[in-house]
Design a protein around this ligand. Structure first.
Ligand SMILES: [Zn+2]
Length: 78
């Protein structure tokens, strides 16, 4: 289930909320207002793991082994 970031238009407080469906009404936890804006933000976990994979790959490249790479990528590097 996705967690979205919102910001309340009434009290300007940002908050995160688990949203189960598009019809779910999101209320500000601070003031109870439903005048909230959904913030567009990249999901944390996939972004982080992508960075980790990139780091692992650049390390592997330095060490000269290509087991982390797909065949297509190996061809590109060599
Ligand atoms: Zn509020």
């Amino acid at each position: 289930m996705p967690i979205f970031e919102f910001r309340c238009r009434n009290c300007d407080k940002p908050f995160e909320k688990l949203v189960r469906g598009s019809s779910t009404e999101v209320l500000c936890p601070a003031c109870g207002s439903n005048a909230v804006d959904k913030l567009v933000s990249a999901p944390m976990a996939p972004g982080r793991s992508k960075a980790l994979i990139a780091a692992a790959r650049s390390q592997a490249k330095k060490e000269g082994h290509f087991s982390n790479y797909s065949a297509a990528e190996r061809a590109r590097i060599k």
